[in-house]
Write a protein that binds this ligand. Structure first.
Ligand code: SIN
Length: 289
């Protein structure tokens, strides 16, 4: 191991030291990739400010760069780079609700990289929640009920609100149905895939049953026992896996400002969990609902 990995807790999150993200060897990238699979979200504090080209190159090692379908923060010269910017004038801050990035896309981003260049004097933390742990903590009865169900995800409500698309026909939104429990292509672990920002409804059940189950799963996914919290420092970089982690960027720092760059890697179309009995399971079944 050439990098220093310091877990934040046994469920989710690790800080990584001794890796220069602008000059990674293949071995170091392999270790970073493994750490992201093992911990769901990893953090780097001792980094220089990456140029757009350097951040795009780093994110591109996880897969082709994903282009955001609606953001007004996409940089014209770098279509894969989205500017994160909350100022005194902001009235709706991006990310201030639990979500998995762009889960409304047919093939949503796998990995997100975010570097913050300007942070408020206090506040502005980001919370991350493990959807592997959330799934593992469900009862066997509930897991049986979820098996084979899908949910509908839509960008309309979120992107109209965030990016102020008020005029009819001004923009279009991705919509997609995804499995409620998806399998991670590397860990092969099951993850609950439902979030407050983009998931509109659960399919395949009578309306009232779907509504009650949806509310329960959203509350369940947001329990603090599945979470870690990152207190940013200038130029820190967070790298999270949207296939098994949700996040919430807390907007508690107005009138201060927060700025950075986000680049995501294209993921695969989510596949339902195969129920492979050999799949790795969390031992934290005590984290019950
Ligand atoms: C996001 O939701 O991608 C932004 C997260 C953050 O600003 O911390």
């Amino acid at each position: 191991m050439t990098i220093d990995i310091r877990p934040l807790n046994p469920i989710i999150g690790a800080e990584i030291w001794d890796a220069d993200l602008a000059n990674l060897t293949d071995q170091q990238f392999g270790e970073i990739h493994q750490a992201s699979v093992a911990h769901g979200v990893i953090f780097f504090r001792d980094q220089p400010r990456l140029s757009p080209e350097q951040q795009i190159a780093f994110a591109g090692r996880f897969g082709p760069v994903h282009v955001h379908p609606a953001s007004r923060g996409v940089a014209a010269e770098y279509p894969g780079l989205m500017k994160i910017r909350t100022t005194r004038e902001t009235d709706v801050a991006a990310g201030n609700r639990w979500h998995s990035d762009v889960s409304c896309d047919e093939a949503p981003p796998s990995i997100t990289t975010l570097q913050l260049h300007e942070i408020p004097p206090s506040g502005g933390d980001t919370l991350f929640s493990s959807m592997n742990a959330a799934y593992d903590a469900l009862s066997e009865r509930m897991k049986t009920l979820l098996d084979g169900l899908t949910a509908h995800h839509s960008g309309e409500d979120a992107y109209r609100r965030l990016f102020r698309f008020d005029k009819p026909g001004e923009a279009s939104w991705p919509e997609a149905d995804h499995p409620l429990v998806r399998e991670h292509p590397d860990s092969h672990r099951p993850a609950l895939y439902v979030n407050r920002e983009f998931t509109e409804r659960i399919n395949d059940l009578p309306r009232l049953e779907a509504r009650a189950l949806f509310g329960f799963l959203l509350d369940h996914a947001e329990q603090v026992a599945f979470q870690c919290r990152f207190v940013w420092s200038e130029n820190a970089i967070a790298v999270w896996d949207n296939r098994c982690v949700q996040h919430h960027a807390v907007w508690d720092y107005w009138p201060h400002e927060r700025r950075g760059h986000r680049v995501t890697a294209q993921g695969e179309i989510p596949i339902p969990w195969s129920g492979d009995p050999g799949a790795q399971r969390s031992e934290n079944l005590r984290l019950s609902a």
